[in-house]
Design a protein around this ligand. Structure first.
Ligand code: BGC
Length: 267
């Protein structure tokens, strides 16, 4: 595999499963040393780190932190800088969704989703940008630092029962664009990848049920669910110098989910 990220240091939040694990593996395969941030399931973290360390690309270490907790985030970055010296690439991937209609939604559920998905993005982005500003003459990258957010098609597609989740994904979009505007002149690039239905544990209830899968396919012009590698490839591209002139944008990786698929017929 082409090594577009050799010598770079990356942190991927929520990287011990699903999209995060695939992103960590892809960045390492392209030469980056990677921090695998995790909160639950140390065994899974160890497995992802071992896979990466055996593969012969960049190396991996796991660091535990709840991204919604300011002290834990700052401690995680401190540990990363101790181990790896700095950061070049932050991937804000950690995310949760809790299903509930508004009338039944507790404040605790709302706070949890906002805390991980949106406050977590803010805390990690802030810690990364503070360090990016100290990055001078990083020989391996034209940019001082890159952030890639894992957003969702639900930054633009409304989703009944998941209003808190949608609020965070739409929030990430304008937060990221505003910050991209703030730091473009410092040569810091901030972009998002918006996956559609990617086969991961988060939507297992849908893809493990034939009816759910049939319904999903009506929303999927490309005719298949996405694989985590589809997303990882987009993240690697946006993290690399091939995307050096791209900031403040969202790359949709959704098999056409945003293309109003109902309008294929009638109208
Ligand atoms: C959600 C998945 C869902 C997909 C498409 C993602 O953001 O995490 O659960 O399948 O959007 O609706």
């Amino acid at each position: 595999m082409e090594k577009r990220l050799s010598g770079q240091k990356a942190l991927v939040t929520g990287a011990n499963s699903g999209i995060g694990a695939a992103v960590a593996q892809r960045l390492a395969a392209e030469g980056a040393d990677v921090v695998i941030n995790w909160l639950f399931n140390e065994d899974a973290t160890r497995e992802v780190a071992e896979k990466i360390n055996k593969a012969g690309g960049g190396k991996a270490i796991g660091i535990k932190a709840d991204v919604s907790n300011e002290e834990q985030v700052d401690a995680m970055f401190k540990q990363m800088f101790k181990e790896f010296g700095t950061i070049d690439i932050l991937v804000n991937n950690a995310g949760i969704e809790i299903h509930n209609l508004l009338e039944n939604m507790s404040k605790a559920e709302w706070d949890k989703v906002i805390g991980v998905n949106l406050t977590g993005n803010f805390l990690c982005s802030r810690a990364a940008v503070r360090q990016f500003l100290k990055n001078e003459n990083r020989p391996h990258s034209r940019s001082r630092g890159k952030i890639v957010n894992i957003s969702s098609v639900h930054q633009v597609i409304m989703w009944a029962g998941f209003s808190s989740y949608c609020a965070t994904k739409a929030g990430i979009n304008l937060f990221a664009q505003s910050v991209a505007q703030e730091y473009a002149e410092k040569k810091i690039r901030i972009n998002s990848v918006a996956p559609g239905a990617i086969k991961t544990p988060i939507n297992q209830n849908v893809w493990s049920d034939p009816k759910g899968m049939a319904d999903l396919m009506t929303k999927m012009p490309y005719g298949r669910m996405g694989e985590v590698e589809d997303v990882a490839a987009a993240v690697a591209f946006l993290s690399s110098d091939e995307a050096d002139y791209i900031t403040g944008t969202t790359l949709y990786v959704d098999g056409g989910m945003c293309l109003y698929p109902e309008f294929r017929f009638g109208g």
